[in-house]
Write a protein that binds this ligand. Structure first.
Ligand code: ZN
Length: 508
């Protein structure tokens, strides 16, 4: 008889990375029906083994509403739980006693009370206890960035940091960055925000060289340009506004960036017009094959999702991870689910999170084409994709909406429109009150700098027409400034995030 010899080996980090990459490769080609069945099993574990036992907020809520955790057996059953909103998070954050109610926090009593005996067996040893402590104890945090609300902290545990690594690797895979030598420059601002850390973790996971510059505020645009010039990276990652500015300035200085193959934009919505402008600028600098792709992520998800490479006037949508999260698409008014591919608000539930955990979180993002579950026509992956045309939900809960002269305006849509215009280099929108009097009319000014050779009268006319036709607002003035002046207005070198919208109206 042959006895197999088992040689124990220390697991190198390369081993875990490879295992995670293989797992993703398999997952991303598994038929959707099988993936959905697995999600149902994950939902049961999520509710029965983690959220109900260890989340003070959801245990209270389910007890109050008499929802038996064992009755939630599938993704569809999640609908029996109420939505969680940004307001719920703000209320909890503002209350000293309830501040940590969304963080999963096991205690010996809770484990004893809620876990089945076979799960408790592991905890008899000191190592088992330590594993549990480590799995659930937060050691990292990122914050939301609201225009008009206090930042809310989202805690990660070592388990969640491993997911952040995993997702980083998956994102580079979806962006088809396969060359292990590919060098990456990350120009997201140094900040406790998801975008910066997700990009950084993508490098940690894949062993790619990632240089993080910290963005314009840390070393100025010229410092960023010098580093990109020295590195000659294959991949640039950052916010659309700052990257576009960086490339234009480098081009003005006569720099050649000839090796760029991918530009990955994040933290903001990416209009297809801007993708094209970035690709054209890069082509003039010697990178003729650059593909510009967007990503979608939000603090509450603690992960981001990527588009796979397509021509700039098309989009694959954002590829999600069915083992880590589930998205519902609902009618923003009734809260009822819409049919596949129909417009609706994205509602997010993590399937494998620890730390700060929200169920059925209303993102406030409206996916115009909903979600798609048939295989991606561009890469063939079978994971659900979020349609890339995202808007803010048009109701008063959304933070990106403001009233200009009585009309509710989606500022993010306005930004998308202005960045997409071919003649516009930089833009800023200012809303003030006539004579600075709170009772007077709103004065809405658009400031722009224009591409060299652009005809001023025609450009103004086009801005006015597009704003009117798309958003039904007409600016009182369209000012054309030099690009240097615009960079000053925007704080491109001095602010963490450029100031695109100024609301100068005095509070009545
Ligand atoms: Zn794809």
């Amino acid at each position: 008889m042959i006895v197999p010899i088992f040689i124990p080996m220390a697991h190198s980090s390369g081993w875990s990375t490879r295992r995670r990459a293989e797992e993703w490769a398999k997952l991303a080609r598994t038929p959707w029906k099988t993936l959905r069945e697995r999600q149902d099993a994950l939902v049961r574990k999520l509710i029965q083994e983690r959220v109900y036992p260890f989340s003070a907020h959801y245990r209270r809520l389910m007890d109050e509403q008499r929802i038996d955790p064992r009755s939630i057996r599938s993704v569809d059953d999640l609908r029996r739980l109420p939505f969680t909103t940004k307001q719920d998070l703000l209320t909890s954050a503002g209350n000293e006693e309830r501040r940590r109610d969304f963080v999963l926090a096991p205690s010996p009593e809770l484990v004893r009370k809620h876990w089945p005996w076979h799960k408790k067996l592991n905890l008899l040893s000191a190592a088992g206890k330590e594993d549990l402590r480590r799995e659930y104890t937060p050691n990292f945090v990122t914050f939301t960035t609201g225009r008009s609300s206090e930042p809310v902290a989202f805690a990660y545990t070592p388990h969640d940091l491993e997911a952040l690594l995993k997702v980083g690797g998956r994102m580079l895979d979806v962006h088809a960055i396969h060359d292990p030598q590919a060098r990456i420059v990350n120009v997201f601002p140094f900040a406790p925000h998801l975008a910066f850390w997700q990009a950084t973790f993508a490098g940690f996971e894949t062993g790619r060289f990632v240089l993080s510059t910290g963005g314009g505020k840390v070393m100025g645009t010229s410092g960023n340009i010098r580093l990109v010039d020295r590195m000659q990276p294959a991949v640039l990652i950052g916010t659309p506004g700052f990257l576009y500015h960086l490339l234009r300035q480098a081009q003005d200085e006569g720099k050649r960036f000839t090796k760029v193959e991918r530009v990955i934009l994040g933290a903001e919505k990416v209009p297809s017009g801007l993708k094209k402008k970035i690709a054209e600028t890069l082509a003039e600098m010697g990178s003729t094959q650059a593909v510009v792709s967007g990503t979608y992520g939000f603090t509450e998800a603690r992960m981001a999702y990527s588009e796979c490479p397509t021509p700039h006037d098309a989009s694959s949508g954002y590829h999600t991870y069915p083992d880590l999260c589930v998205f519902e698409v609902v009618d923003p008014v009734s809260g009822e689910p819409v049919r596949e591919g129909e417009k609706g608000e994205l509602v997010y539930t993590p399937l494998d999170g620890r730390g700060t955990t929200v169920l059925r979180y209303r993102t406030g993002d409206l996916a115009v084409g909903g979600m798609q579950t048939e295989p991606c026509p561009w890469c063939g992956r079978t994971v659900p994709r979020i349609h890339s045309d995202l808007r803010r939900v048009s109701d008063q809960r959304a933070l990106n909406l403001t009233k200009i002269r009585g009309t509710l305006v989606d500022l993010s849509a306005m930004g998308t429109l202005l960045s997409g215009l071919p003649d516009v280099l930089e833009w800023q929108v200012a809303i003030a009150k006539l004579h600075d009097d709170p009772l007077e009319l709103d004065v809405f000014t658009v400031r722009v700098s224009l591409r060299a050779g652009a005809e001023q009268v025609a450009a103004r006319e086009r801005i006015r027409r597009e704003l009117h036709d798309t958003l039904e607002v007409s600016p009182n003035a369209i000012e054309v400034h030099t690009n240097a002046q615009m960079l000053e207005f925007l704080g491109m070198e001095t602010e963490l995030k450029e100031k695109r919208f100024l609301d100068l109206r005095p509070k009545a």
